[in-house]
Design a protein. Structure first.
Length: 200
């Protein structure tokens, strides 16, 4: 809920802030969020994500999601899955609940069986991979800003785009330099780009 309209506008209009947001979700089920004692509701969350996407059409939007929280039913998990399908995420960090001694959740009588929790984790990881792939493909043909990281060898330099994607650029470039690069293709977890202009 810290993603205020002012913060989103500042990120969208500033050239000094990367277009990358990470907005923890935990669950798309209102009932599960209440059991977690979270103060936001799923509709609050949806509103924030669509505001971010509306202000920054190419921003990376990531989230933390937990499966297997005590009492999570099949229907409640499906609410999370459906919410993730609907929202414009570009990556997810998916965690499986593990009990911490002394916490209220650890004493909950309706613990989710480990096998079911792992299966739900797998479902969301597969969904996250598909969303990441689609986002990367959407960048092909665009010109993006990227910062050089290091040269892998004489043939290419690793870089990170301002919307949090790894990129390979032909040639050996000095580290920590901003460049504009045209995205030529997306393969696996990395973009292939070519410098169109070095930043001033």
């Amino acid at each position: 809920m810290d993603w205020s309209d002012d913060l989103i506008e500042m990120m969208a209009t500033s050239s000094r802030i990367a277009k990358h947001t990470h907005v923890p979700l935990q669950s798309g089920s209102d009932a599960v969020l209440r059991r977690m004692h979270r103060k936001y509701r799923p509709w609050h969350y949806r509103e924030k994500i669509w505001k971010i996407r509306g202000a920054m059409s190419s921003a990376a939007i990531g989230a933390d999601v937990m499966v297997g929280f005590p009492g999570e039913t099949e229907a409640e998990f499906f609410e999370t899955q459906r919410m993730i399908e609907e929202l414009p995420f570009t990556y997810l960090h998916v965690f499986t609940y593990s009990a911490r001694p002394g916490t209220p959740a650890a004493g909950h009588v309706n613990q989710v069986p480990v096998g079911i929790a792992r299966e739900r984790n797998h479902v969301l990881r597969e969904l996250a991979s598909a969303k990441k792939y689609a986002f990367m493909q959407s960048q092909v043909g665009r010109t993006v800003e990227a910062i050089t990281l290091r040269s892998g060898d004489d043939n290419f330099t690793e870089a990170l785009t301002d919307n949090y994607l790894r990129m390979k650029i032909p040639g050996r470039l000095e580290s920590n330099r901003w460049v504009e690069a045209g995205v030529e293709r997306a393969e696996g977890e990395i973009l292939d780009g070519r410098v169109t202009r070095a930043a001033a």
